[in-house]
Write a protein that binds this ligand. Structure first.
Ligand SMILES: [Mn+2]
Length: 414
């Protein structure tokens, strides 16, 4: 499970829709890719027309340098998709830098980047103001629509045009780009990129060691966005089947076997010690955490939900982001209860802020929330004060959840 589930993500089950401009259609007949696609039984008739458009775009931007912006807490789906895209663009002498402004906080993500040599770069928040973005002629958004990265205000200020958006999250705000492939019914962006590869946009093959590593990370991307394929749909299985001929299973195994850091173990220990169990819910506040360790929260929830007679676990803590001088209560929910909708549950429990934004949301079996500590935030030298602040938040969150967890409440269908 990855930190991206902290974002309220709504997966719709609508028919496939390509949120692009209408010029897609006129490109259909004479697309060069249409030929490549013929005969390989590719099940997605809309992909050739998209690829034709993408190839034209890449041709127009030949020899440029682009920045691929991914979320602050990159997950395997975003990382692997960006890598695949980078390899595709390379054919047009387009140099792409994959950058993120936060941290790789899940041990599996760290292992993925290290073991496959995945070319993502971290731009620390402190160094952002000194970055020269004028070297880039374009920006590519992968597995997001720009609202999960602290880099986007910089990209906007530097007047770098957004060229491409490829994503599977529900459409956020209106976005302008030369090429848009947003498919909210897809489970993973890695599946979309694999479809591109399978359609022949790149000679992706087992003889190339970089391709083998990229295929391995795409496989990991698909797995991790589909809960180890449990939530996978036909498109994901087809993509995985294609990748199975190229990827390195041993390498993937090494990524999956990556060990938890001792700090994550400590947070799990705290969650175990502090948990309250009521009506098959397990709930734990873990106190203060460093920004880099925030992924320990979903990992603790993953662990607590494995206890006997527990169907849902909620873990939360106050995360201190020292660089931005802000504090946030961050929480994760994991459930095995089919009738519990995490999105509905978190929205109902925590409500929304003064601007109507919900504090939390979710998707199948997982959800997350973020509540700004606001005026009470920031460092205070008095340990009594810090302790008191935690107790207030802890008590407030607990009582909100307990109100809903009580057996007579309508949301818990038993
Ligand atoms: Mn994704």
């Amino acid at each position: 499970m990855n930190s991206n589930v902290l974002l309220p993500v709504a997966h719709s089950i609508l028919e496939t829709q390509f949120v692009g401009d209408s010029t897609n259609l006129e490109l259909l007949p004479e697309m060069p890719t249409a030929k490549i696609l013929n005969g390989n039984g590719f099940p997605y008739p809309s992909v050739p027309c998209l690829l034709g458009k993408l190839q034209q775009l890449l041709e127009r931007h030949r020899d440029e340098r682009h920045v691929i912006v991914i979320q602050d807490f990159p997950d395997p789906d975003a990382l692997s998709s960006s890598w695949a895209y980078q390899l595709i663009a390379e054919q047009y002498s387009i140099q792409c830098d994959i950058v993120y402004a936060g941290t790789l906080s899940h041990q599996e993500n760290i292992a993925l980047v290290k073991l496959t040599g995945l070319p993502a770069k971290r731009w620390g928040v402190q160094t952002l103001k000194d970055r020269d973005l004028s070297v880039y002629q374009g920006c590519v958004l992968m597995d997001s629509q720009g609202n999960t990265s602290q880099l986007m205000p910089l990209v906007k200020r530097a007047n770098i045009p957004i060229l491409i958006v490829i994503d599977h999250h529900g459409k956020q705000e209106e976005i302008q780009a030369e090429f848009i492939d947003i498919r909210p019914n897809m489970r993973a962006t890695a599946t979309i990129l694999t479809q591109y590869l399978q359609a022949g946009i790149l000679d992706f093959n087992k003889a190339n060691p970089i391709h083998v590593k990229c295929a391995t990370s795409l496989m990991h991307g698909i797995r991790s966005d589909t809960i180890n394929l449990l939530q996978a749909q036909e498109a994901d299985f087809l993509a995985a089947s294609y990748l199975s001929k190229i990827y390195d299973p041993q390498l993937l195994n090494s990524v999956l076997q990556s060990a938890r850091s001792s700090r994550v173990m400590e947070v799990i220990e705290r969650s175990l010690k502090n948990r309250t169990v009521q009506n098959n819910f397990s709930m734990a506040g873990v106190g203060y955490l460093r920004y880099e360790d925030r992924d320990a929260i979903p990992q603790s929830a993953d662990f607590l939900v494995t206890e006997e007679n527990i169907h849902t676990a909620i873990v939360y803590g106050i995360v201190h982001d020292a660089t931005n001088e802000i504090e946030l209560v961050i929480g994760s929910l994991r459930t095995n209860k089919l009738t519990l909708d995490p999105d509905e549950f978190l929205k109902e429990t925590l409500g929304q802020d003064s601007q109507g934004r919900y504090y939390g949301g979710g998707r199948d079996m997982a959800g997350g929330f973020e509540i700004p500590v606001g005026f009470l935030g920031g460092f205070n030298q008095q340990t009594d004060y810090t302790k008191l602040k935690w107790e207030v938040f802890d008590a407030q969150i607990k009582q909100k959840f307990i109100r809903l967890i009580s057996p007579d409440h309508k949301l818990i269908h038993s």
